[in-house]
Design a protein around this ligand. Sequence first.
Ligand SMILES: Nc1nc2c(ncn2[C@@H]2O[C@H](COP(=O)(O)OP(=O)(O)OP(=O)(O)O)[C@@H](O)[C@H]2O)c(=O)[nH]1
Ligand SMILES: [Mg+2]
Length: 194
Amino acid sequence: MKIISAELVATAADFPDFPKDGLPQIALAGRSNAGKSSLINALCGTKSLARSSQTPGKTQLLNFYRINGAFYLVDLPGFGYARVDPSTRFKMEVLLHNYVKEAPELRGLLYLVDSRVTDSPVDHQALEWMLDCERPVLVLAAKADKLKKLALQASLAEIAKNHGLPETPLPVSSSDRTGLDALWSQLMLLIAPD
Ligand SMILES: Nc1nc2c(ncn2[C@@H]2O[C@H](COP(=O)(O)OP(=O)(O)OP(=O)(O)O)[C@@H](O)[C@H]2O)c(=O)[nH]1
Ligand SMILES: [Mg+2]
């Protein structure tokens, strides 16, 4: 995929502020610190488009990145960040549910699981309702560079088993670019007009 332009078009807390140009959207979800913002940067071949950080919970709003003027990658707030106060967290969860269930332009979801974390209850709960939403969900095993080949294979199988996935997750790495070409191919299929 050749990236001609990638721009942050909206940072929005609720539906009225989301882009209204009707372009297809693909959203990235996952636990806080799973690597969502880093993956957006890696997919776009830049280091600084989406803010990634060592501090979990950095992304608390929905960030809409318009790619090649043709579609959006949407960076969702991370799930399960403990230090967000309960009322903020509740509001964020309601917003995420509504967005995933109702956004008309949403073509699919990428759910990022850390390759090394096979049994997170937060992932389990999030995947349970997302897989139930009748949207395409592609589960990614992020930070795949952190595991050696055999350990990674074992981890992928465990993740699929523990979360009841129909297939093993696609391993990706923003650091060494593992899986990014395969991921772009899948994204193109989701974005293509029906
Ligand atoms: N080794 C390695 N580290 C990664 C990779 N992707 C992200 N990281 C690191 O993991 C940390 C979290 O990455 P982010 O991209 O900020 O995670 P996030 O999912 O956007 O986190 P929130 O915004 O808090 O939801 C950062 O220190 C990144 O440098 C990867 O593929 N490999
Ligand atoms: Mg982030």
